[in-house]
Design a binder for this molecule. Structure first.
Ligand code: F6R
Length: 242
């Protein structure tokens, strides 16, 4: 992977906004792969400003979120559907119907993974996939041990990821036990991966992803199998690199 070290998340945002704006200029119906979590928020803000300032027409831009919790009530403010609407679709001015999030409704969960894969394929695949990385090394919600060939499916969240995400909920017990996530194989099909990480807590996962052996025990290391992966990190997140 190409590693870009930047001062902070805002500086990363400028790089991400450049890449996405030039993609949309050359392909007005570009397909973006969207991560949730804290890491990409500054990039989404930078992108929203660029779209407004440069008057970019984004009405044809399509999007696929990485993952969703299973079993949250529809409209729950911390469902990734709600987060993507609030942090991405609305500020960027995307067309809501063109941005998909896996369905975490237990009633349809048996077919939701296959449906999502079909929708990504029908869209012609993801052009640029934004990724964060968990302290455990997870990408999407593919925790250590996930097959490097996996496709969108239901997974059990690890205790440590539930604790990491408890900050978004009233109590740690409110964090769902299960999620539906694009697989590592799904992620690897995107044409360009842009992995973002900031802060010391991510240094180990970043080092394992960029320089460690490719292994299911560090899902982030799968980016080494990809011909076009860009890793954008601050000094603290880069501190484990050789
Ligand atoms: C989010 C996702 C996760 C996060 C990771 C880091 O859609 O799939 O892999 O990117 O948990 O989360 P933050 O950015 O909150 O540190």
């Amino acid at each position: 992977a190409e590693v870009v070290i930047v001062a902070d998340a805002d500086a990363a945002g400028a790089v991400v906004a450049d890449a996405i704006v030039s993609l949309i200029r050359s392909k007005p119906d570009a397909v973006l792969g969207l991560a949730t979590g804290s890491t990409p928020l500054a990039s989404y803000r930078a992108l929203a400003r660029r779209i407004t300032d440069d008057g970019i027409d984004v009405r044809g831009v399509r999007g696929f979120a990485l993952d969703e919790y299973v079993g949250l009530p529809a409209g729950h403010p911390e469902s990734y559907r709600a987060v993507i609407t609030r942090e991405v679709v609305e500020p960027l001015g995307l067309t809501p119907e063109l941005v998909r999030v896996p369905h975490g409704d237990p009633a349809t969960i048996r077919t939701a993974g296959d449906d999502y894969e079909r929708a990504i394929t029908a869209a012609g695949g993801v052009d640029l996939q934004i990724l964060g990385i968990g302290r455990s090394g997870h990408i999407g919600f593919n925790e250590p041990g996930s097959s490097l060939a996996s496709l969108t499916r239901v997974k059990t969240l690890t205790e440590s990821t539930r604790l990491d995400n408890a900050r978004f909920f009233d109590s740690p017990d409110d964090v769902p036990m299960h999620c539906i996530t694009q697989g590592i194989g799904t992620i690897l099909r995107a044409r360009h991966l842009v992995l973002l990480a900031f802060g010391k807590a991510k240094a180990h996962a970043v080092a394992a992803a960029v320089e460690g052996p490719v292994s299911a025990s560090q899902p982030g290391s799968a980016i080494q199998l990809h011909p076009h992966a860009t890793v954008i990190v601050d000094e603290a997140a880069a501190s484990g690199l050789a």
